[in-house]
Ligand binder design. Structure first.
Ligand code: DGL
Length: 266
């Protein structure tokens, strides 16, 4: 079993660029850390994959993080947090942080009574947000809705096209019929679409869970005595399983990647 060391990296993974919304917040709170990001662009979107497929993909990714001697892994993906986290959480020497379970606890402790959740088909079908929120709060009404095209729009960087704007507006209008007080962007890709969403609704309506998630990760690693206090050497590495240039280009509107994006096949 590998020893956890303060100066080893924190691994992040998602199906593509979405998890960068989480990396950005974690980096803001923990600027001295070393980061490794993996986007599984060969298999994006995760939201229409089966549990077996997601388990298979995550096996390769987590093995890679073991080889990189990561001290912790951030599941910057609602879909895998909802479907496979429980199956794999105890199988590795490092702690795995799941976004849904972490953020649901924070949401449940708010005074909100009507909460909308936008997420992928797999996340919505799993009922994970409802289940996790209900552990702490049985009063809150949850309105889950999947937005099946949104991940493709973000990955292909086509959010400004008339067709994409129509899709996004239409999905938003369906949700608004429930009269939610807030809508959680329950897929890490969705905050990329805030410039479009806020054309049709106020910014305050949307919750990007990344900042709550980042706070929880920071608190937990600090309590575990695992933060990196050596600010002199900090690194960021990026890996994808397909099309590194496309990844870098789609990432741009949310996260500027200065490093080379490496192609990795398991
Ligand atoms: N960004 C991921 C999530 O939060 C996966 C989206 C997808 O690939 O369908 O669910």
């Amino acid at each position: 079993m590998a020893t956890l060391r303060n100066n080893t990296p924190i691994g992040f993974f998602d199906s593509g660029v979405g998890g960068l919304t989480v990396l950005k917040e974690v980096k803001r709170l923990m600027p001295n850390e070393n980061f490794i990001y993996f986007g599984d662009t060969l298999h994006v979107p995760y939201g229409d994959k089966t549990k077996e497929q997601l388990l298979e993909y995550s096996k390769g990714i987590l093995k890679f993080f073991e080889e990189k001697k990561c001290k912790a892994v951030v599941m910057a993906c609602n879909t895998t947090s909802s479907t496979i986290y429980e199956d794999i959480k105890d199988k590795y020497y490092f702690k795995i942080y799941p976004i849904v379970q972490t953020v649901a606890e924070v949401l449940a402790k708010t005074s909100l009574q009507r909460l909308g959740i936008f997420a992928t088909p797999a996340t919505i079908n799993s009922g994970a947000y409802e289940k996790e929120i209900q552990k702490y709060n049985s009063e809150m009404r949850i309105y889950g809705q999947h937005c099946s095209e949104w991940v493709r729009i973000v990955e292909n960087n086509t959010s400004e096209s008339a067709e994409s704007i129509d899709i996004i507006k239409n999905d938003l209008n369906i949700m608004l019929r429930n009269n939610p007080q807030k809508i959680v962007l329950g897929c890490t890709h969705y905050p990329f679409l805030l410039p479009i969403l806020t054309k049709f609704a106020t910014k305050e309506l949307f919750i990007d869970p990344a900042k709550y998630f980042a706070q929880a990760i920071n608190t937990d690693l600090t309590l575990a005595g695992l933060t990196n206090d050596n600010s002199s050497e900090h690194t960021e590495e990026f890996y994808v399983s397909a099309e590194p240039d496309k990844f870098k280009n789609s990432a741009k509107m949310f996260y500027e990647i200065k490093q080379t994006v490496n192609l990795l096949n398991f």
